[in-house]
Design a protein. Structure first.
Length: 165
C-alpha cells in the first residue's frame, strides 16, 4: 500500500466495482483538484470529463494552478454525487448521504492538437450533453491548456445510499 493508500475506515461503505466508479466519473461535470504550492495546500473546482481511463481538465494558459502543477504535478481529485443533508432532532441525528470518488495521481499537460481537441470534446460533451462535437481552430487551442489526470489510486464511498447505475 502506497503512502496515499490506506484502508477505508468505514469499509462497509466502500465501493470497489471499477465499472461503477467509471460511471460516476463519467457523469461528473465538476471536480475539486487539490495540489500543493510549495508548502501551501491549494484546491480549485474544475470542469471535467472522463475518457474511460483519465480524468480530463481544462484551464486558461496562465494562472496559479498551472504554475503549481508545472512545479509539482501530483494531485488529489474529488468528485461527488447524490449529496443530501439529513437533519434530525439532535446533532447526533444529523448526517449526510453521498457518493464520492477520491483519487490521487499525476497531471500530464496535453500539447498535441489532435489529442487536445479530442479531450476538449470529451469534457464539452460530458458537461453539455447533446451539443455537437467541435473542431477547434489552432488559435482557440492556443488559449487553453488540457490536463490528463493519471490516477495511481481511486477510492469510492457510498454513505447511506447506493451509486446510480
Amino acid at each position: 500500500m502506497g503512502a496515499t493508500e490506506r484502508p477505508m475506515r468505514r469499509n462497509e461503505c466502500e465501493v470497489t466495482d471499477t465499472e461503477v466508479i467509471g460511471r460516476i466519473l463519467g457523469r461528473a461535470t465538476l471536480c475539486r483538484v487539490a495540489m500543493v504550492d510549495e508548502n501551501d495546500p491549494y484546491v480549485v473546482p474544475m470542469n471535467c470529463g472522463w475518457d474511460g481511463e483519465h480524468l480530463l481538465l481544462h484551464a486558461a494558459v496562465q494562472g496559479r494552478k498551472l504554475d503549481i502543477l508545472r512545479a509539482n504535478p501530483h494531485v488529489c481529485v474529488e468528485v461527488e454525487e447524490d449529496v443530501q443533508i439529513v437533519t434530525g432532532a439532535t446533532g447526533e441525528d444529523c448526517t449526510a448521504t453521498y457518493v464520492t470518488v477520491i483519487g490521487t495521481g499525476t497531471v500530464t499537460f496535453i500539447v498535441d492538437p489532435q489529442t487536445k481537441t479530442r479531450d476538449l470534446n470529451v469534457i464539452l460533451l460530458q458537461c453539455h450533453p447533446g451539443i455537437p462535437e467541435e473542431v477547434f481552430p489552432d488559435e482557440a487551442l492556443s488559449r487553453v491548456v488540457v490536463l490528463e489526470v493519471h490516477f495511481d489510486h481511486l477510492t469510492c464511498k457510498a454513505k447511506e445510499t447506493t451509486p446510480r447505475p
